[in-house]
Unconditional design. Structure first.
Length: 135
């Protein structure tokens, strides 16, 4: 499942960060999820609870969403993402490969498929809090 792979990557990255910074116990991890990823937050939360390593045994994982925003390169129009009216196949394609948005989404003003994803793409660590070994 896509969400489980994302969680494995987040935990591995956070563990590497903790090790590099002398953190012996992680207490909180804030993860930002771009709307274009269309991941199920409940599945992410379940995966975080079930994939914790001892370093994260008491950690709280906080998920924050970042809405998707597009900007047309043709007319400069900016608009947000909506999956309303999309078939399940289209939604799945964008979920697994967000770049596929260019195939299915057009500028809401001029209809151009030439736009940039200004926000709402990807999954990243916003903050990691923890206890250092000498504290």
């Amino acid at each position: 499942m896509h969400e489980w792979a994302l969680v494995e990557g987040v935990i591995a990255t956070a563990a590497r960060f903790a090790e590099e910074n002398g953190i012996t116990e992680v207490t909180e991890v804030v993860v930002v999820v771009g709307e274009l990823q269309q991941v199920e937050h409940e599945v992410l939360e379940f995966a975080f609870e079930n994939l914790k390593t001892p370093l994260f045994k008491n950690a709280r994982f906080v998920l924050e969403s970042q809405p998707a925003r597009f900007k047309c390169r043709n007319c400069g129009n900016e608009w947000g993402f909506t999956s309303e009216g999309m078939t399940e196949d289209v939604s799945e394609a964008i979920h697994f490969v967000p770049e596929m948005a260019h195939v299915y989404i057009k500028c809401s003003e001029c209809g151009s498929p030439d736009f940039e994803v200004a926000e709402g793409r990807g999954v990243w660590l916003a903050t990691i809090k923890g206890v250092k070994g000498d504290e």
